[in-house]
Design a protein around this ligand. Structure first.
Ligand code: HEC
Ligand code: HEC
Length: 382
C-alpha cells in the first residue's frame, strides 16, 4: 500500500482534482497530496505512476476498481474525464472568472518562477525564455532565415510567436511551476499572466499592460497576440477542412522547392552536368572547403592533476591560516608537529580518512595518490 493511497483511503474521502487542488474536507488543503513528484493523487481510484527514488515505477492499478480481474481497461468516470478536460480555449471556454495585477504577478514570479525562467523571463540553462522584450518587434523576426551562422534567427517566445494568450493561461495553471504544478489559484494565474504580458509589452485595446495594470477575464479575452494571424492554414471555425485541403494541395505553401512539383521526369532529366566529387587515395577531393582525410586519433585531453587548482578549490578555505585549527599550508612548524605522530605516511592516512571537521580527502574528488601529491604541494607551498 502506498503512503498516499493509504492516507486518502483512511480519511475516506474522494480527492477532487477539478481545480487542481486536493481537498480532504471541504476547504481543507492537503499539500502533501498534490504536486510533489511522488504523490499524484488518484481520481476515483484510477491509475498512476508511483515515483520512488526519483524514478517512475510501472503503472499501479487500484485493484478495487477491477472487480473480476484484469480486463482491457474500463470507461473513465465523469470525475476522471473532468480532471483531464481542463483546456482553455481562445473563445473563453474553460477560462474561470478572476483577476490579478502585474505587481502581484511579479511577486509570485520572483518567488516561484525566476529560479528556472530567469530575471524578467530571460530564460537560460535549458529553460525556455518567456520574453525577449517587445513582442510586436520580435514578431517581425519570425521570417528571419539563418543563412549564415551569425545571422539572427527567429525569436519564438510566448509574446512573439504564440497565436493565442489562452494557451499561456492554461499552460501555467496546469503545468507550472514545473515541480509543483496545479498548485496555483486562479487569481494567481491571472497575476502571473498579467506579469508575462507586461514583460512582453503586450497591448490590450491599444493600452500597454504596464506596471499598474489589473488583468481581468474580460480584458484577457480581448487580447490579440502579435502573431495571431501568423499561422496557416486557419484550422479554427467554419470551412477549416476546406482551408486545410487547399493549403496542402500547393507544395509551395509548406516550403517544397520548385523541382518537387515540376513535371515528372524519368529519363535524361538532368539539364546541366552535376559537380563530380572524386574519391582518391582514400580521401574525398574536389570538395570546397576541402575535407580532412587525416587519420590520427584525436589527442586525449591531459589528465594531469593541476595541484594548484585542487589546492585552491578544495583545501585553501581551511588551510591558509589557523582560524580553522588546520595546519597552515607552507608553515613548517605546523607540519613538523603533525609529523611527530607517525611521519608523513600517517599524515596522508589521516587526511585520506578525514579528521575532525576535515572531510575525507578534503572533499576533493581525487584518488589517494593524487591526494598525497596535493598534501606534498601544500606542505611545501611558499
Ligand atoms: C523547476 C523549473 C521551473 C519552474 C520553477 C517554473 N518553470 Fe515554467 N517551464 C519549465 C520547463 C522545463 C519548461 C519547458 C517545458 C517543456 O517544454 O516541456 C517550462 C515552460 C514554461 C512555459 C512555456 C514556455 C514556452 O515558450 O514553451 C511557461 C509560460 C512557463 N513555463 C511559466 C512558468 C511560470 C509562470 C512559473 C512560476 C509559477 C514557472 N514556469 C516555473 C521549468 C520551470
Ligand atoms: C573544511 C575544512 C578543511 C578542508 C576543506 C580541508 N581540510 Fe585538511 N584539515 C582541516 C583541519 C581542521 C585539520 C586538522 C584536523 C585536526 O588536527 O584535528 C586538517 C588536517 C589536514 C591534514 C593533516 C592530517 C593529520 O592530522 O595529520 C592534511 C594532510 C590535510 N588536512 C590535507 C588537506 C588537503 C590536501 C585538503 C584539500 C584537498 C584539505 N585538507 C581540505 C580542515 C580542512
Amino acid at each position: 500500500m502506498y503512503k498516499y493511497d493509504h492516507k486518502i483511503l483512511s480519511v475516506g474521502v474522494a480527492i477532487l482534482l477539478s481545480s487542481g487542488i486536493a481537498f480532504a474536507k471541504k476547504g481543507e488543503y492537503i499539500p502533501s497530496a498534490v504536486g510533489t513528484m511522488d504523490s499524484h493523487p488518484t481520481i476515483d481510484g484510477g491509475v498512476y505512476h508511483p515515483v520512488k527514488n526519483s524514478k517512475t515505477g510501472p503503472y499501479r492499478v487500484n485493484e478495487k476498481t477491477l472487480k473480476g480481474g484484469y480486463k482491457f481497461g474500463r470507461k473513465p468516470t465523469k470525475n476522471e474525464l473532468k480532471a483531464w478536460d481542463t483546456d482553455i480555449m481562445a473563445d473563453g471556454t474553460g477560462l474561470p472568472k478572476g483577476s490579478g495585477t502585474v505587481e502581484y504577478g511579479e511577486e509570485l514570479y520572483e518567488a516561484q518562477c525566476v529560479s528556472c525562467h530567469g530575471d524578467f523571463g530571460s530564460g537560460g540553462g535549458g529553460y525556455p525564455a518567456l520574453s525577449k522584450g517587445d513582442a510586436y518587434v520580435q514578431q517581425k523576426t519570425l521570417k528571419n532565415q539563418r543563412t549564415t551562422p551569425d545571422a539572427d534567427g527567429p525569436t519564438r517566445v510566448f509574446g512573439s510567436y504564440w497565436p493565442q494568450a489562452s494557451t499561456l493561461w492554461w499552460y501555467i495553471r496546469d503545468g507550472m511551476p514545473h515541480t509543483r504544478s496545479k498548485t496555483l489559484k486562479d487569481d494567481e494565474v491571472y497575476a502571473l499572466v498579467a506579469y508575462i504580458l507586461n514583460i512582453n509589452e503586450i497591448k490590450i485595446d491599444g493600452k500597454l499592460v504596464d506596471d499598474e495594470y489589473t488583468l481581468t477575464r474580460e480584458k484577457f479575452l480581448r487580447i490579440k497576440m502579435p502573431n495571431a494571424d501568423g499561422f496557416e492554414p486557419k484550422i479554427e471555425g467554419k470551412g477549416s477542412l476546406e482551408r486545410v485541403r487547399k493549403y496542402y494541395k500547393n507544395p509551395k505553401n509548406f516550403g517544397a522547392i520548385k523541382v518537387a512539383y515540376a513535371k515528372r521526369c524519368m529519363k535524361n532529366c538532368q539539364k546541366k552536368s552535376a559537380k563530380v566529387v572524386r574519391v582518391r587515395n582514400g580521401g574525398i577531393s574536389d570538395f570546397q572547403p576541402p575535407l580532412s582525410n587525416k587519420k590520427e586519433k584525436p589527442i586525449a585531453k591531459s589528465t594531469e592533476l593541476d595541484l594548484k587548482k585542487v589546492y585552491k578549490d578544495s583545501c585553501a578555505m581551511c588551510h591558509t591560516d589557523d582560524s580553522m585549527g588546520a595546519p597552515v599550508a607552507g608553515k613548517n612548524s605546523d607540519w613538523q608537529a603533525k609529523k611527530k605522530s607517525g611521519g608523513i605516511k600517517a599524515i596522508y592516512d589521516r587526511g585520506i580518512k578525514g579528521i575532525n571537521v576535515m572531510p575525507p580527502k578534503g572533499g576533493a574528488g581525487i584518488s589517494d595518490d593524487e591526494f598525497k601529491k596535493v598534501v606534498d604541494y601544500m606542505i611545501n607551498l611558499k
